[in-house]
Structures are given as structure tokens and as C-alpha cells.
Design a protein around this ligand. Sequence first.
Ligand code: NAP
Length: 546
Amino acid sequence: MTNTNKGVNVDAIVIGAGFAGLYMVHRLREAGFSVQAFEAAPDVGGVWYANRYPGARCDSESIIYNYTFSEELIQEWTWTSRFPEQAEILKYLSFVADRLDLRRSIQFNTRIAAAHYDEKQKKWLIYTDEGEKLTAKYFITGVGCLSASNIPNFKGLTSFQGQAYHTGHWPHEKVDFTGKRVGLIGTGSSGIQATPVIAQEAEHLTVFQRTPAYSTPARNYPYDPEFLKQVKENYADIRQKIRWSKMGYLHTIVNDRSALEDSPEQRNEEYEKIWERGGLGFSQTYNDLLVDEAANETASEFIRLKIAETVKDPKVAEKLQPSYYYSAKRPVLDTNYYETFNRENVTLIDVKSSPIVEVTPKGLKTSEQEHELDILVFATGYDAMTGPLFKIDIRGKNGVSLKEKWEDGTQTRTYLGLTTAGFPNMFMITGPESPSVLSNVPISIEQHVEWIGDCMEHMREQGIETIEAKVEAEEAWSKHCFELAQKTLMTKVDSWYTGANIEGKSRGFLIYVGGVGEYRKICDEVAAKNYESFNLTLKTEKIPLS
Ligand code: NAP
């Protein structure tokens, strides 16, 4: 894990050694650029290094939750089951790092504290938290969309005498729940995956739920070797399909018609079929579930009835049934989540009706009672998309920080989710207003990495010194993103998609919903037009090209 390629002045500095940073390092090295990556953790993996909570598993199917750029990597790696668990994904990323000899370009255990653009030198000055200073022409962030964890600022937070963990920063050694009274706050993807696993071991588990989630069954299973053989033989086709798909998945809309066109009986049959199949495809049963309120209600009601059928105590079942639009928040997949509430050792507390008042030395106090706990699990999510970027003091032209630029309450944020005006030669992998978390993320990462790599090669060939999004291009992009999102039900529900989960965060919609294939087309066109929507300056003449 040593780094022998460390330089103080390199072509590019990359932050992060997850899916994004690893491929960026490889892509740039292959193109002959000098590159130095930094990673705060001791090893590669990014969010998959940190998210070790019980039950952590990805909702994307394994065969497409990997890099697709290298035929060798596809042929040499074999997944074991339909949905990859955290440890297996981490092993995969480690395998890639070894196979491509990436660790020598990464400095681990190092957090980047600041990145400041020096207008005179036309370079980025990068400062580590240990005071090291580096310079680079390009500054590239691969910091992840969901890596800045959110622990609500409960009164008495630090007074708890037991063990406390956030799901996104889980310890490496096994947390033993045996004989313990465990409290878990939060019922999003992380809380819903952790609940059944913790319940099996703990003496008692109390789940503190603020908003119930719509969860559908994952139905994980071990892969059949014959199936994997066929996948490997046909990967060129799979690669093409997912790269140009709506969301980077193999599954698409099951019935390309409105849910309202079917009779209630036909609809139930369709929902039942997809429910049995498991996976994220449930939201794709009809083509209007995310845009039409009445159509959405048919899917929402189907799931509510499933919850009512599964959970034996009708009062608990009622509390677990959501009332907002299904899939307007990130849909969740589970393995035996609702069944877990039939266990004697599990209690559900609705903290909307009896809010959490404070954390105490002994546990958690709601407006109704104090719950004594030995272990407290925060499955309380993330300051998504912008949060990881704001953890670094990023300053562009005139010393303006990214935070200042983005938190002024307007919609304008990025151009293509890749760049932002005022920050020349800075690229964000899966930045805000790109498909990112509304897609199979590694596919979106690959597209960004390749676009950035191509752009840098173009600049080198043409003697271009700086590239910076034009303000009008950025305004149009941000507007387009928001208008597309407003056509869906996703902007009508509070969630981390809109920034509503973080107190004081400016609201908007942080993801491009137009689809992975469409987005790729747009980005390709921008490159084909010689980046005319950017201000470009030449190396020697230092005059704008456009
Ligand atoms: P999340 O979806 O944001 O869920 C956070 C939970 O904490 C919500 O139930 C939220 O309630 C609750 N919460 C937050 N603040 C609270 C407070 N002050 N009091 C009480 N409850 C509070 O976070 P997550 O579960 O970590 O998932 C985040 C995203 O990461 C997912 O949507 C997904 O994209 C990704 N992820 C994916 C997987 C997977 O692929 N299987 C697994 C884990 C995470 P409210 O809803 O009321 O705000």
C-alpha cells in the first residue's frame, strides 16, 4: 500500500479511491498523464470501505455492478450472488487495484483539506490535512455522492454511555449484539438492511422510524455458473445495453403503458409477478409510476397491502405503511424486513408521533418514554451529493468557494454535473445534476471518467490550458435538470434527492433524471462540438478560443 509515484507537481490530482478514483487514475495513466490520488481511508473501496454495517449489500445486480471498460477484468472476476454484499464489492475493488497496479498512485490515510485555484499559475493548489502542498493542472473529485454521513444534532448526543455507530462508518471488527439492547434510528436503505440482521442477534431491537419506507423484496440468490458463463460470453452486448439504457440497468420498463390502462385484476397480476421476481424492477412495472399520481397510487397501495399481510400486529403494520408517492424517495430493497416486526424481540417506535427529545447516558428519550439501550445505531443517512464536496475547502476564481457559489439559494450549480463555472480545470465524477445515484453508479462513473479523460487528451493535443463552463451553458443545464425533475413526483416529496434531509441545506433537485443513455448522448455531442459550451484558453496566447 505504498505510494511510489508521489509528486508535488502533477498533471492531475484525484480525490478518492472508490469506483470513481480508481478508474480515473487508470484512465489518466494510460493516456500518459502524471496523476496523484488521495484517499482518506487506509485502502481502496470508497463507500464500500466504510459501509460495513450488518446486511450491507448493493441493490444493483452484481453482473452489472462492476467496471465494463476492460474485457480482462470482466473475464477474470466472478460474482457469487445476484446482489453483491459489501465484503465482496470491496474484494472486487481490491482485485482491480492489484490487477491494474493502482495503489502506487494513491496516497492513503490522507484527507484533502483544501483545493484552491491559482489564477496566475493557472493551477490548482492542493493542501492535505497534514499540511502537504501539491500543484496540479487538473483537480478531479471522486468523492462519492453518499459519503458525508449525517448524524442529527440530537440534544445530549455525546452523553450516551453505550456504543454508538453510524452505518456509513462501521468498525472493522464485528460488533457483537448478543445479549444487547439495540436502538436503530432511520429506516432508509441502510436501516432496512441492518434491521433483520441485528434482530437475529440482539436481545432486543428498537427501531425508531420517522418516515416509513416502501420496501420491496430483493430476492437474492447464488448465481448459477452456467448463467455467469453466458454473461461473460455476451458481455459486449450487455455493456452496450447498459451504457445506453435509461438507468444503467438491464431491466427496463416492463409494460410500456400507463398503470391505469389495466384493470385492477390485471394490474395486481403484473405487480405480483414483478414482486416475486424481486430487485429494483418494481418501479418499472408501468411507464407512468413516477409521473402520474393516480398510477403511482396503484403501486403504493399494492405495497401497503403486502405490508399489512406480512406484519401480524395491525397497529405495527399501520405504522409501517407509507403514504407518500412510491419511489419518489429512493426505493428500498429488503430481505425479511417486514417479517422482522413479527419477532418478539423487535419494537417499532414511530418518532413522528412521539419525537426523539434527547440522547441520554442510558439511551434515547422520546416524548413518551426513555428507552434504555446498550448500542445505538444511526442509520440516518447522508448529506448527499454536495456534502462530500463541501467537506473540502474548494475555491475557484476570485477565491470564491464552491459552498458560497452553491448555497446562495439559486438553482444554478453545474454544467453537466461534471464542471462548474468559476472553477477552471476542475471535474466532478458523478457530481450534482448528473445521473449518478439515479442510475447504476459504476456505469455513470465510467462515462464521466472517459469523458474527462477524452477532454484532457483533447486539451493536450490542441494546446489548451484551461477549460471552464460558460455561465449561460451552466444556467441552461441547471434549469433543464430542474424542469425534468419537476415533471416527476420526486420533487413533491422531501428526501435526500431534494436536500430536505439536512437542516439548513438549500433545496433543489440534485440529480439529472433524463436517463443515462440520453445523458451520454448530450455529453458526447458537447465533445464532438469541440467543447464550444466552455470557455477555453490556449497555452501560449492565453486568449479565449470561443
Ligand atoms: P436515508 O435513506 O437518507 O435514510 C435515513 C433515515 O434516517 C430515514 O429513515 C430518515 O427519516 C431517518 N432520519 C434522519 N434524521 C432523523 C431524525 N432526526 N430523527 C429520526 N429519523 C431520522 O439513508 P440511508 O438508509 O443510509 O441510505 C442513503 C442512500 O444510500 C440510499 O437511498 C441509497 O441510495 C444508498 N444506499 C444503498 C444501499 C443499497 O444499495 N442497498 C444501501 C445503503 C444505502 P426521514 O425519511 O423521515 O428523513
